[in-house]
Design a protein around this ligand. Structure first.
Ligand code: NAI
Length: 700
């Protein structure tokens, strides 16, 4: 049973019990309905308390029913709320820990609400591209006041119950319990105290007005337009709440339903729901069950205090885990620590960090020049120069000193993790933790699973990722892993586009209009053009026949490495990130084009975007087929969290599915006919061809 029914004297208690968060799936809804029937039929029962077992009142919809018809099967949530609202005996909702989405809407159908301090209250539907769909947009403004309710609905943000209880005139909470422990007792006493009250108060009967309605909603609409440019849902939240202030309750409910159903079918909503599920799915590894034993990680060591090492260390300090930082030389150590301090200090200046927190974090950091001082660390992460020889020295040293059972991780972005593991006598303990720069900011973490990496090590590092608030995706071993292997093809295409007639600005603009945070040339300037140059030089050796545009090499020969040198594809003014077009670069591109004998042509934004995005899609299909990625949605997560792919498109593979893989392949075949492009590259990957032949999508 996913809800229990008990009678305490003259009070019936219905307890939702559907772990982990008492999701309101069909079985729970049926159990509530059944309990209500019992309570209303029992003449000894004078009032009803509705609460939740375990770690929530209710987190709302049941994720298992997400996107399925069963979510709407009767009794659906609207019917259950109507049942509570029309009860002839008072119903008191006793909220604790979490009351979100449908859970909060359920409580708004009750006659009274009592909350424990610390309860997280939210209507987060907007985060998956929807508006609340079970009366939230009509009842919350009545209970809480129009402005605070709209703020919550449009942001999807979480607010603690005690904060809301302080709002003047609020009717969301009739009482705050003294503590979570006393909630059950207090709810029973409260239910007894209101048992005889008639008529029963209902949220739907409360007035809902805003004194300057028109001006306020106009203002709200303008704010939302600026902030949510690719997403329709926030503006619909404003519409729905405005209707609550202007129409009768029933009309408002009908309007909410219509807005909700229309949003369900937008591509933005589908993309957000896809990502919501994809993020959860990414944390599951097919052959590593959730009950796999884990190792305890209480302290961490980081080797190398450069660009990456410092940022990696900060992640753990932020999570309250002690870090020991090792460098080869004292100056490098001092420089690394100074950078960490500088980063924290700039967070303080921006008001993002309190001074006492800063001190607490720095107190967790210690430094050393000696490996034997690391030996007690539970996890050591290497972030030294990207050179196999240096990695060999470091891992042999670690193998000698680290205690048995310590996890040895490398942040390498291109080197073979299996070779690194083979430098030790404990390859089962070696794993890749590929952070993205800046490591203290970027959400993505690629967890690289070596041939011999232990399952317990995988389970442990997945938990570690959660602890340091990263979104982790598992990748097999290959050059570039998932993200960088795909971006290499994208960058190749960007080069061909220049040769054929584009300017860097034109390409960047088209891609940014599509929704990417940054176009390929601005991104390369940020990452450092020298990095991809080094990779290309290696490729020229490994694959001499592979076609490349040489423009980027010519740029690097001029020392234009990007933002760090103040000049790359664009010029940069010190301290600013604005990309300023440079005539010299345009001449360089034009002259090279001339030398190749190419007559430039006008290339449409559509072609630019398709060539770049489909190059990601085709490489992703190879990656999936080789088993480097476990599932298509993992690749979408990598691109959303690590490469600024437009969220409203749900990731490259989701986007390809939306376009239809048949269309994608047809377009690739057209690109293959372009003599200035690489026909071999546009040969659709076998997996892609099979999906088209079977009429399937990546999602399937
Ligand atoms: P970096 O050059 O900024 O820092 C490397 C640090 O390691 C230097 O401070 C150096 O003094 C220290 N070091 C070198 N040999 C050492 C040794 N034997 N013992 C102790 N310390 C030693 O390099 P960065 O950018 O931080 O890269 C480090 C690693 O992270 C590389 O494997 C790189 O491929 C990887 N990586 C870099 C990314 C980036 O965007 N920079 C992104 C993801 C991974």
């Amino acid at each position: 049973m996913t809800a229990h029914y008990q009678v305490h004297g003259d009070i019936a208690v219905i307890t939702l019990d559907n772990p982990p968060v008492n999701g309101l799936g069909l079985s729970t809804r049926l159990a509530i309905a059944d309990s209500m029937t019992k309570a209303l039929a029992d003449s000894a029962v004078q009032a009803i308390v509705l609460t939740g077992a375990g770690k929530a009142f209710s987190g709302g919809a049941d994720i298992k029913e997400f996107g399925k018809d069963v979510a709407f099967r009767e009794p659906n949530l609207l019917s259950i709320i109507a049942l509570l609202e029309n009860s002839t005996k008072p119903v008191v909702a006793a909220l604790h820990t979490v009351a979100m989405g449908g859970g909060l809407e359920l409580s708004l159908g009750c006659n009274y609400r009592i909350a424990a301090p610390g309860t997280s209250i939210a209507l987060p539907e907007v985060k998956i591209g929807l508006i609340p769909g079970a009366g939230g947009t009509q009842r919350l403004p009545r209970a809480l006041g129009v402005e605070p309710a709209l703020n919550m609905i449009v942001s999807g943000g979480t607010v603690k119950a005690e904060m809301l209880a302080m709002l003047p005139g609020q009717k969301l909470f009739d009482k705050m319990a003294a503590s979570a422990d006393s909630l059950a007792e207090e709810a029973l006493a409260f239910a007894r105290s209101v048992a005889a009250v008639r008529p029963l108060p209902r949220v739907r009967d409360l007035p809902c007005k805003h004194p300057q309605g028109d001006a306020y909603f106009q203002f709200a609409r303008n704010m939302v337009k600026g902030m949510a440019k690719h997403f329709p849902a926030p503006a619909k939240c404003v519409d729905a709440v405005e209707i609550a202030t202007k129409k009768k309750f029933e009309e408002g409910m009908a309007a909410e339903r219509e807005l909700f159903l229309n949003l369900m079918w937008t591509s933005e909503c589908r993309a957000l729901r896809h990502l919501f599920l994809a993020e959860r799915a990414a944390s599951k590894i097919p052959d590593v069950p959730s009950d796999t034993p884990q190792r305890e990680i209480k302290s961490v060591a980081v080797i190398g205090a450069g660009t990456m090492g410092g940022g990696i260390a900060m992640n753990f300090l932020n999570a309250g885990v002690p870090v020991k930082l090792l460098e080869a030389k004292q100056e490098a150590l001092d420089r690394g620590v100074a950078t960490i301090r500088k980063n924290y200090e700039s967070q303080i200046k921006k008001g993002k960090l309190k001074a006492d927190k800063y001190e607490q974090r720095m107190a967790l950091l210690s430094t050393t020049l000696r490996y034997d001082e690391l030996k007690e660390a539970d996890l050591v992460i290497e972030a030294v120069f990207e050179d196999m020889g240096v990695k060999e020295t470091v891992f042999k040293e670690l193998d000698c000193v680290m205690k048995p059972g310590a996890i040895l991780a490398s942040n390498t972005s291109t080197l073979d993790l299996n070779r690194i593991a083979a430098f030790t006598n404990r390859p089962q303990d070696v794993v890749g933790l590929h952070f993205f720069s800046p490591a203290n900011v970027m959400k993505l973490l690629e967890i690289v699973r070596g041939e011999k990496t232990g399952k317990d090590v995988m389970a442990t590092v997945m938990s570690v990722a959660k602890k340091i608030r990263k979104t982790a995706v598992v990748s097999g071993v290959c050059d570039g892993f998932i993200g960088n292997r795909m971006i290499e093809q994208y960058a190749r295409q960007a080069g061909f586009l220049l040769d054929e007639g584009c300017t860097p600005q034109q390409v960047d603009k088209a891609v940014e209009k599509f929704g990417f945070a940054m176009g390929p040339f601005r991104m390369s300037d940020l990452a450092g053009n020298d990095i991809s140059w080094a990779i290309r030089k290696r490729r020229y050796q490994e694959k001499p026949n592979l076609k490349y545009s040489k423009t980027a090499d010519l740029l690097c020969e001029k020392g234009r490495f990007g933002q760090k040198t103040g000049a790359g594809w664009y010029d940069y003014v010190a301290g600013k990130r604005d990309a300023i077009p440079n005539a010299e670069v345009e001449t360089l591109i034009a002259e090279h084009r001339k030398a190749l004998g190419i007559t430039p042509r006008k290339i449409s934004d559509e072609e630019i975007v398709q060539r770049l995005v489909f190059s990601l899609v085709n490489e992703a299909a190879h990656i999936l087929e080789e088993g480097i990625a476990n599932k298509a949605s993992d690749i979408d997560i990598v691109y959303i969290f690590g490469y600024g792919f437009p969220v409203h498109r749900g990731g490259p593979l989701r986007y390809a599915d939306e376009l239809g893989l048949f269309n994608v392949v047809q377009t690739m075949q057209r690109f293959a006919q372009n003599p200035l492009d690489d026909a071999a590259f546009w040969q659709p990957a076998p997996l892609l061809q099979r999906l088209v032949a079977d009429g399937k999508t990546f999602g399937q």
